[in-house]
Design a protein around this ligand. Structure first.
Ligand code: NAD
Length: 369
């Protein structure tokens, strides 16, 4: 893991306990303060996630509000602007995006485009003087991630990656159980994430996606192994499957299985796929406990079974609006000059490990990270 996101910070985060409660200002009773000042967010890319989840969640935020839209489809943007009370003058296309620098209502630009466009729009947003949130995967190469970090540093703007599960109570509790020390050392993580993808998706076009299901789904398993262990893998192995007769998988693989080895002794066994009706979750074993999070990576409906030395308890933690929580947490960082718990360095580390995973898959060898 990069220096900026150390094991110490993982532990700090986990020690918050049901930490989304501590992190999400809407649960913290700050309505009075936040009603007076909210940061203006511009959503770049009005697709399923940008419009369907983030824009829809902004009205639920305590510290943020929607103030601008960036889209290649003016009609769609106009309709959404009306729906969310956004000034039509604050609708931008990709070609005039840089003029957002002259819009003082915009504090934060949230990049929700296909993966290969994340770097360009993050750099342009920073150059326009805006703080940036960017969706996962941060970019399609380590070099691009470094460019994004450098651009934000140069402009003295903050950068965070949309790792929403770092603001979600069940996953935060799992971090505490897995490496908090109360249940002994973490030994194994088993994580899977998959769905059956439709035809003609940018996600299966290597130029836009940067890779196959690892970039989109396996990254959740990789993240889980990192945040449950609170460590960085030292060695990885991987295998991919790319069917010859399926037109969806001309440029990317359909499935990947991979393992990660951590210095404290934990092993992670992960799978991701675009070719199966799959799982979204993980289980893990420490010396004393077993934890199972069904739907761990989903937007809601996450369940947490904890067996403490064999004795089972179904934990009943809050299901929150993860998107509102992550955007409010970033706004809190901007307003109070704090570092995000999901900074660019965390995104770059994922790219570094994913690059090694592809190297392992191509060579058939165990690769050191
Ligand atoms: P989508 O296909 O639904 O939307 C993509 C948007 O980008 C569309 O508005 C499209 O018009 C625009 N676009 C601009 N140039 C494009 C091009 N050349 N090709 C295709 N689209 C183009 O995708 P999505 O599911 O909203 O994903 C967008 C980003 O959000 C991805 O990086 C994805 O990994 C991320 N995402 C994150 C989560 C999460 O839970 N954090 C969930 C879904 C998606």
């Amino acid at each position: 893991m990069g220096d900026a996101f150390s094991r110490r910070r993982f532990i700090q985060a986990a020690s918050i306990g049901a930490a989304a409660v501590a992190l999400a200002p809407h649960v913290r009773g700050e309505e009075e303060k936040t009603d007076k000042k909210k940061l203006g967010f511009a959503i770049v890319g009005l697709g399923r996630f940008g419009a369907g989840q983030l824009l829809r969640s902004l009205p639920e935020c305590q510290l943020c509000k929607p103030v601008a839209l960036v889209s290649g489809h003016p009609d769609k943007a106009k309709k959404l602007a009306q729906q969310y009370g956004i000034d039509e003058k604050s609708i931008y296309g990709y070609e005039n995006f840089d003029s957002i620098k002259d819009n003082p209502a915009v504090d934060v630009v949230y990049v929700v485009l296909p993966n290969s466009m994340h770097c360009e729009y993050t750099v342009r947003a920073a150059q326009a003087g805006k703080h940036v949130m960017c969706e996962k995967p941060m970019a399609v190469s380590v070099e691009e991630c470094q460019q994004m970090i450098d651009a934000c540093k140069k402009a003295s703007r903050k950068l965070a990656i949309g790792y929403r599960l770092h603001y979600e109570p069940n996953n935060l509790k799992a971090m505490e159980v897995a490496h908090g020390g109360q249940y002994g050392k973490l030994r194994q993580v088993v994580a899977d994430h998959a769905f059956n993808i439709g035809p003609n998706e940018w996600r299966t076009d290597k130029k836009l996606a940067g890779g196959g299901p690892l970039m989109d789904l396996g990254i959740y398993c990789l993240q889980a192994a990192r945040y449950l262990s609170g460590e960085e893998p030292t060695h990885v192995t991987a295998q991919t499957w790319q069917p010859e007769n399926d037109p969806r998988f001309k440029t990317v693989d359909a499935s990947m299985a991979f393992t990660l080895k951590f210095p404290g002794g934990a092993l992670a066994n992960c799978s991701c796929s675009y070719a199966e009706h799959g799982a979204s979750g993980y289980h893990f074993m420490t010396e004393q406990a077993y934890g199972r999070l069904d739907q761990a990576f989903a937007y809601g409906g996450i369940s947490f079974l904890l067996k403490d030395r064999g004795k089972p308890t179904q934990l009943d933690l809050p299901q929150i609006n993860q998107f509102a929580a992550e955007m409010d947490a970033f706004a809190d960082c901007v307003m109070n000059n704090k570092e995000s718990r999901t900074p660019g360095e965390m995104g770059m580390q994922d790219l570094k490990i994913m690059t090694k995973l592809y190297e392992a898959a191509n060579s058939g060898k165990t690769v050191a990270v």
